[in-house]
Design a protein around this ligand. Structure first.
Ligand SMILES: [Zn+2]
Length: 264
């Protein structure tokens, strides 16, 4: 599931291959991912435009052009890929390629199996701001106490508050588990119950996890992170206890019963 670091990776794909280049063709294979516009309007508004440097806000990718801005949200299964001129586009996965942009000598592909979100166009600036207005500040831009300040006053289990995009934008299921495991805080704790040392650990953990994963363009594939053990029989990378799972905020949480005590 794409979270902040994955979208950071998609941003890099766009920046590396498409920024400064013209969109010379658009193939919409599935109109179901085009939101708020007709396909004709979408294609007409973007064709011939030149991509500028992309940006990210939470789990949104913003791709401005010299015309409207293209906004992408990847839902549960979306991704953005680059296919060079020699790349074989007939692989098994490609039935999920929904929209293809001809840019330079290759193609930028929006691929999404479940189509929970999709692609938006917005112009001018105010329209883009309105689309993003319901979410809180981007998690990567917040440091130290500013993170805790955002969490302050929100009731509900910490896991749910961390995943709430209106509080902090960018974290999903896996990142939230990783952050809480590293901070040694049980996912069902309440923020109000944390002592000073725990708050500090949470701040530090958020920064470490977000920075390291954003740099990689995804959660690092290392067995020192909890994310590598999300499977039956998975053990804590720190103390080797058998991990537990619980259903929190509608998602399966992984946590270590030895490292993350439920103190409430
Ligand atoms: Zn442990």
């Amino acid at each position: 599931v794409p979270e902040l670091p994955d979208v950071e990776g998609f941003k890099r794909v766009l920046s590396e291959h498409a920024a400064g280049r013209q969109i010379t063709g658009i193939e919409v294979r599935d109109a179901g991912v085009i939101r708020g516009r007709t396909v004709v309007d979408f294609v007409g508004s973007l064709s011939g435009r030149v991509f500028a440097e992309p940006a990210r806000a939470g789990k949104w990718l913003l791709a401005p052009t010299d015309g409207p801005t293209l906004l992408a949200h990847f839902g549960m299964t979306g991704s953005l890929l680059w296919a060079g001129p020699d790349e074989d586009l007939n692989g098994w996965q490609n039935r999920y390629d929904r929209v293809l942009f001809d840019v330079g000598t290759g193609r930028l592909i929006y691929r999404d199996q479940r189509k929970l979100r999709g692609l938006w166009l917005c112009a001018p600036e105010e329209e883009c701001a309105a689309l993003l207005a319901r979410q809180g500040p981007d998690a990567l831009g917040l440091t130290g106490r500013r993170l805790s300040d955002r969490l302050q006053g929100h009731r509900g289990v910490l896991k749910a508050v961390l995943m709430d995009q209106s509080v902090i934008a960018g974290l999903g299921n896996m990142l939230s588990d990783e952050v809480l495991w590293r901070a040694r805080i049980h996912p069902a704790r309440q923020f109000a119950s944390l002592d000073t040392a725990e708050r500090r650990r949470l701040d530090r953990s958020l920064q470490t996890v977000l920075r390291a994963s954003a740099e990689q363009g995804g959660i690092p594939r290392t067995n020192r992170w909890l994310s590598s053990r999300r499977n039956a029989g998975g053990r804590c990378p720190r103390c080797h206890s058998a991990l537990r799972t619980s259903r929190l905020a509608g998602r399966t949480s992984y946590w270590c019963p030895a490292c993350q005590l439920a103190k409430d």
